[in-house]
Design a protein around this ligand. Structure first.
Ligand SMILES: Nc1nc2c(ncn2[C@@H]2O[C@H](COP(=O)(O)OP(=O)(O)OP(=O)(O)O)[C@@H](O)[C@H]2O)c(=O)[nH]1
Length: 505
């Protein structure tokens, strides 16, 4: 064997070995189990509306709203609790740098850090950022950045979950004392004159009669035409479905209409109209308790406790606006109100609420941007009790119902407030223009904070309103208020009869 042949054999053997080593490394990596959790959370326009009365207020503690949430799963119209198309399409305005910070509460009461472990905080990321930026192996966060200036103070929160906080490096987990909520005295000189309820409703009537819906016209056209064939009934069903009433409610309403048309021998359009109204109003449930429990427990000046109202919902549905409008209703009723700006994530929201507070002469308790919302809510309720107000309205940050971390945070806000006082009302604000998605939101929020009433906003901007039927049917939670515009007094009580009249116009 020549030397060159020997060298060739050695080269070939070396190449084969190199290929084998590389292939082995690749296969080994593929088989390795990734321990990093995926960041995906489990997947989970109204015609004219003329409210006939003022907003009904009640004090808490009594019988709750409607029947307890039932969950007739068989009747559900969407699929297994999965978000529908477009659920995550809207990127929350402020979703980029969200984090939960456990801090000491005023009065030395710690927030409930121990309860958190069941659901480790995942970094919040917007739909626009599907891949979590490869998180640097989270350094045992607390000690490193805080060490030089903040000599481990005794209050330093234990923060067991700290490693899960993606913002930890840039935002050291120093005690949030400086972020302690600051009561902001109202500026009485700026207080606006609030229109009395009666006049306000008159004004809304005028405005709402401008909008029209094809829903009522097509239904009345079909029903009033006399002898209905199968095609006509199908069209009626389609019309109901397109108005967002949902499959179960649509079937129920169509069946009832069929039997009533047969037994009552409906002949004229007027008779058809009366029947349709009756059936729709019945489907909305006339017996539900719709007063807003925002009146105090006893006389606050005599040791009574203020009512506590939490306002929750996804981003941009109108929570802050509704909180402000509700404050005006209460103040117009002669009540003292305190506002808690627990939307510590969006600085503009705090300013927005402070403006509402100034307009009605209500004190506003606010936290610094990024402060723990539970801490702010707690302080607001404490302050409200001390100053003997009639109601504390707490505005919370918008959160996508599909983000587990944010929903956990909301649950914590409620639990922490409950350490101080009973939460009388949890109002879920739904944007009427979002249709079916509102149903999913309602279900998730209901599970987390036990929603007691729905506020359906932007009804002035939609021809649909059928989501009301579904939300009430599936959750047993009544729609209590409707938002009819951006104006300070564009909030009205929900009345089934008036609502159906608006739908049928
Ligand atoms: N047309 C109409 N617009 C409304 C109504 N309610 C609120 N809006 C508008 O909806 C927008 C969002 O309202 P906000 O009160 O800021 O919503 P939010 O839920 O507090 O927002 P985040 O705190 O970011 O989640 C604002 O432009 C409001 O003026 C309503 O009933 N009708």
């Amino acid at each position: 064997m020549t030397t060159s042949t020997l060298i060739s054999i050695i080269v070939v053997v070396a190449v084969v070995l190199a290929v084998a080593v590389v292939a082995g490394v690749v296969l080994n990596r593929r088989r390795r189990i990734s321990l990093r959790e995926k960041d995906e959370t489990p997947t989970a326009k109204g015609g004219g509306y003329q409210a006939g009365s003022g907003i009904s207020l009640a004090s808490g503690g009594g019988a709750t709203t409607a029947t307890p949430p039932e969950h007739p799963v068989d009747d559900r119209t969407e699929v297994e609790g999965q978000p529908g198309i477009g659920d995550d399409a809207a990127v929350p305005r402020d979703s980029a740098k969200r984090g939960i910070v456990d801090v000491e509460l005023p009065n030395g009461q710690a927030t409930e850090a121990p309860e958190a472990p069941e659901s480790p905080e995942v970094p919040e990321q917007s739909a626009a950022e599907p891949e979590a930026p490869a998180r640097p192996e989270a350094p045992a966060a607390p000690e490193a950045p805080a060490a030089p200036e903040a000599p481990a103070t005794p209050e330093a929160p234990p923060v067991p979950e700290a490693p899960a906080e993606p913002e930890a490096p840039e935002k050291p987990e120093v005690p949030e004392k400086p972020a302690a909520p600051e009561p902001e005295p109202a500026a009485p000189e700026q207080v606006e004159e609030i229109e009395p309820t009666a006049g306000r409703l008159e004004r809304l009537r005028g405005r709402l009669s401008r909008s029209r819906s094809t829903f009522g016209q097509s239904l009345l056209g079909l029903l009033g035409a006399g002898d209905l064939d199968e095609d006509s009934w199908e069209e009626i069903e389609d019309t109901l479905l397109m108005a967002d009433l949902g499959a179960a409610t649509t079937t129920e309403i169509t069946e009832r209409l069929r039997s009533e048309v047969a037994s009552r021998a409906i002949r004229s359009p007027e008779e058809a109209g009366a029947l349709l109204r009756e059936v729709l109003v019945d489907a909305l449930g006339t017996g539900m308790e719709r007063s807003v429990r925002a009146l105090p427990h006893g006389d606050p000046a005599d040791g009574g406790k203020p009512a506590v109202v939490l306002v929750v919902g996804v981003n941009g549905t109108g929570k802050t606006t509704t909180t402000g409008k509700l404050a005006r209703v209460l103040v117009a009723d002669g009540r003292n109100v305190l506002l808690g700006a627990a939307d510590t994530f969006r600085a503009a929201a705090v300013e927005q609420l402070a403006t509402w507070g100034g307009r009605v002469g209500a004190e506003v308790v606010r936290g610094k941007e990024g402060a723990d919302p539970a801490s702010v809510a707690f302080e607001a309720v404490s302050r409200g009790s001390e100053t003997a107000v009639d109601a504390v309205l707490v505005d919370t940050a918008g959160r996508l119902h599909t983000k587990t971390g944010l929903m956990d945070e909301l649950g914590k806000v409620k639990r922490v407030v409950e350490k101080k006082a009973q939460v009388d009302e949890v109002l879920l604000v739904l944007d009427a223009t979002t249709g079916q998605n509102g149903l999913m939101q309602a279900r998730v929020f209901s599970e987390v904070v036990d929603v007691t009433g729905i506020v359906l906003t932007k009804l002035d901007g939609t021809a649909k309103g059928g989501i009301v039927f579904q939300v009430q049917r599936e959750l047993g939670v009544p729609v209590k208020l409707v938002g009819l515009g951006e104006g300070p007094d564009d909030l009205a009580p929900f009345e089934p009869g008036a609502f159906v009249d608006a739908l049928l116009k």
